[in-house]
Design a protein around this ligand. Structure first.
Ligand SMILES: CCCCCCCCCCC/C=C/C(=O)SCCNC(=O)CCNC(=O)[C@H](O)C(C)(C)COP(=O)(O)OP(=O)(O)OC[C@H]1O[C@@H](n2cnc3c(N)ncnc32)[C@H](O)[C@@H]1OP(=O)(O)O
Ligand SMILES: NC(=O)C1=CN([C@@H]2O[C@H](COP(=O)(O)OP(=O)(O)OC[C@H]3O[C@@H](n4cnc5c(N)ncnc54)[C@H](OP(=O)(O)O)[C@@H]3O)[C@@H](O)[C@H]2O)C=CC1
Length: 303
């Protein structure tokens, strides 16, 4: 396969493409290893909670007794998640349509959560994304969109949460969802740069903010099947399981349970860390989300 041609954009909403990822009913039915009141009395704010891993984390947190707030740009997706969680758990979660790229909207979100629940225990910076493209073809607007979302957006959220924790003399906990960046990310260099920034920002803040009793950790997911896969070409998706030696894909529940762990008292002594959940991808290697260029795929070994 040749590398992803510039300007080819799969339509994530194309109804002829397969539906991917866990659906709300799956999230209601999945077993969890945790006791039902693990997060009772806690408040979790989860960005990108209207789909994929964010929705799974929000549903699990509500099932474990937490008060939950979610945000995202698409009001419809947020409302559907709110209604489903209410039907499954009886809990009325807060939803706030906004973009994490807008620092004033981030302040508004934080104020809304504090005003409704009186505290935030864990901020989950899950909102984000990118598109597959050879770096040489990135438009300026495309580069800026990915950096602004994943790096700046995550930072606005962290700073806004931390200042409120400091001012209230309250402890805090941040979980940043990043990606597998150790070997670089061909065809996703923009997100690789942004996520690497978030990982090292987090390690730095974990030290700077330890006196404020704020912990900061990252989760690095490998290939986790969600509706977010719609930004990748069908041909490339057929090979995604080959990104790890387990030859499989994780699902949003795998990540949701790791988020619940980091929100729980069991993680009270963990900070500045990157927890990887990737079926061994980080030490395995080959990842070409747009399709491996012929130059590398001699003999079609990866086809
Ligand atoms: C051996 C083989 C192994 C294979 C293994 C593969 C392993 C793969 C690992 C997969 C890891 C998966 C990671 C995931 O994250 S899954 C998905 C998560 N969800 C998403 O990414 C969806 C959310 N994404 C977005 O919303 C956007 O991408 C974005 C972050 C950019 C949002 O910004 P904005 O809303 O501003 O974006 P726009 O749509 O308005 O676009 C802005 C400009 O960006 C450029 N652009 C956007 N899309 C594309 C594209 N598909 N191709 C090229 N350029 C793009 C463009 O300049 C946009 O401006 P214009 O629209 O004016 O042109
Ligand atoms: N699935 C995977 O294999 C991997 C995913 N990741 C990362 O994990 C996170 C979750 O992805 P996943 O669940 O798979 O995919 P989704 O596309 O389902 O989730 C991304 C979420 O981010 C929200 N979002 C995007 N931009 C903004 C913004 N500017 N402001 C607020 N919300 C925003 C979207 O909501 P809305 O559209 O309503 O704005 C959406 O709910 C993302 O950061 C993703 O890049 C990392 C590695 C692997």
């Amino acid at each position: 396969m040749s590398s992803a041609p510039a300007g080819t954009r799969p339509d994530p909403n194309d109804p002829s493409r397969p539906k991917r990822g866990l659906q709300p009913d799956d999230l209601a039915a999945r077993d969890t290893i945790y006791r039902p009141d693990l997060l009772a009395g806690q408040v979790l704010l989860i960005s990108g909670g209207g789909s994929g891993m964010g929705r799974a984390a929000a549903t699990l947190a509500a099932r474990l007794g937490a008060d939950v707030a979610i945000c995202g740009r698409n009001e419809e997706k947020l409302a559907a998640t709110r209604d489903h969680i209410a039907a499954v758990t009886g809990r009325d979660i807060l939803v706030q349509p906004m973009s994490i790229r807008d620092p004033e909207a981030v302040d508004g979100l934080m104020d809304a959560v504090w005003s409704r629940f009186g505290r935030i225990d864990t901020l989950v910076n899950n909102a984000g994304g990118q598109f597959p493209q050879d770096a040489i073809d990135f438009s300026r607007k495309g580069w800026l969109a990915v950096i602004d979302t994943n790096l700046n957006g995550s930072w606005w959220m962290m700073q806004a949460a931390a200042t409120r924790w400091r001012d209230a003399d309250a402890p805090g906990n941040i979980v940043n969802i990043v990606a597998n960046v150790e070997r670089g990310m061909p065809q996703a260099a923009h997100t690789c740069a942004a996520r690497a920034g978030v990982i090292y920002l987090s390690k730095t803040l974990a030290t700077e903010w330890a006196p404020h009793r704020i912990r900061v950790n990252c989760i690095g997911p490998g290939v986790i099947e969600t509706e977010g896969f719609g930004v990748y070409p069908e041909e490339a998706l057929k090979r995604f399981h080959k990104a790890n030696p387990m030859k499989s894909r994780g699902d949003a529940w795998d990540v949701a349970e790791m988020i619940a762990y980091l929100a729980s008292p069991a993680a009270r002594f963990i900070t500045g860390d990157l927890l990887v959940i990737d079926g061994g991808q980080a030490q395995w290697g080959v990842v070409w989300p747009g399709g491996m260029p012929d130059y590398f795929d001699e003999g079609g070994a990866f086809a």
